[in-house]
Write a protein that binds this ligand. Structure first.
Ligand SMILES: NC(=O)c1ccc[n+]([C@@H]2O[C@H](COP(=O)([O-])OP(=O)(O)OC[C@H]3O[C@@H](n4cnc5c(N)ncnc54)[C@H](OP(=O)(O)O)[C@@H]3O)[C@@H](O)[C@H]2O)c1
Length: 250
């Protein structure tokens, strides 16, 4: 079997029905995994057809990651139905305000989804992985794990923390057979960036600064996630892999 094959494994993808999550789900299905999407909205027709065409199972588990009780009960239901070999913490949320006026409710909402839920899901899905001595966790970080951004202090703080959490879990779990890594997408054309994409001047400025010369798409991220979720990455631990068209190299 190819070391990049995920055949026989079940992956959970938070926010796996749209945006970057849909691209990740598609790539995991292509690599041979069955996928459980945990999100507020379920997979659309195209994604469902894609899974059916490959003969893979695609399940939906509704969850509100903004609510810890919802996170815990959804994870419990998923684990009751099957073992989970791969966890992709993809879901994320964004709020933009100047830092001086940033409402604390928005700060809490961003940190809850982008960090607290990520940590709780790592605990809940990580425990049986540790018991089995095998598992892969891929967190979705950001360029703002490295840079501060402007008017996005909660998002930057949360994504910086996701990168550090990835390393902290690596240090405790790598020796117990569980790989914890992250991908850091660059500027990707999804709903999260609707405002930037709608501004032709800003959008063009961003493209011009990206060595690859274009924004990324959901299809650009899936391969990196499959790699980190696969046996090929057995000795890769604690990394934050930028998938950014070269942005950070500039
Ligand atoms: N786009 C970029 O340029 C970029 C760059 C760096 C990092 N990222 C990161 O990549 C990940 C995906 O972003 P995206 O661009 O695909 O964003 P998006 O299009 O806005 O999608 C956000 C995803 O998160 C899920 N989500 C948000 N709040 C949720 C909640 N309370 N409960 C459950 N699910 C929730 C959404 O699912 P439902 O609405 O169905 O619940 C959706 O699938 C995020 O972690 C983001 O921070 C994105």
């Amino acid at each position: 079997m190819s070391p990049f094959s995920l055949e026989g494994s079940t992956a959970v993808v938070t926010g796996g029905a749209r945006g970057l999550g849909e691209g990740i789900t598609r790539s995991l299905l292509d690599a041979g995994a069955d996928v459980v999407v945990m999100a507020r909205s379920g997979p659309g027709e195209a994604l469902t057809r894609h899974a059916d065409g490959l003969g893979r199972e695609l399940r939906f588990e509704p969850v509100d990651l903004g609510d810890t009780a919802s996170v815990e009960s959804a994870a419990e239901r998923v684990l009751a139905a099957s073992d989970v070999h791969v966890l992709v913490n993809n879901a994320g949320t964004q709020q933009r305000h100047p830092a001086v006026d940033f409402p604390l409710e928005d700060w809490d909402a961003v940190l809850q989804v982008n960090l607290r839920a990520v940590f709780r899901l790592c605990q809940l899905f990580g425990r049986p992985m540790l018991d089995r001595g095998a598992g892969k966790i891929v967190n979705v970080a950001s360029l703002l794990s490295f840079q501060g951004g402007i008017t996005v202090p909660a998002y930057a703080a949360s994504k910086g923390a996701v990168a550090q959490l990835t390393k902290a879990l690596c240090n405790e779990w790598a020796g117990r057979g569980v790989n914890v890594n992250a991908v850091a997408p660059g500027y990707m054309a999804t709903d999260m960036n609707t405002a930037l994409l709608a501004d032709p001047v800003r959008s063009e400025q961003i493209s011009a600064r990206i060595p690859a010369g274009r924004w990324g798409s959901p299809d650009d991220l899936g391969g990196a996630v499959v790699f980190l979720a696969s046996p090929a990455a057995a000795y890769v631990h604690g990394q934050v892999l930028a998938v950014d068209g070269g942005w950070l190299a500039r």
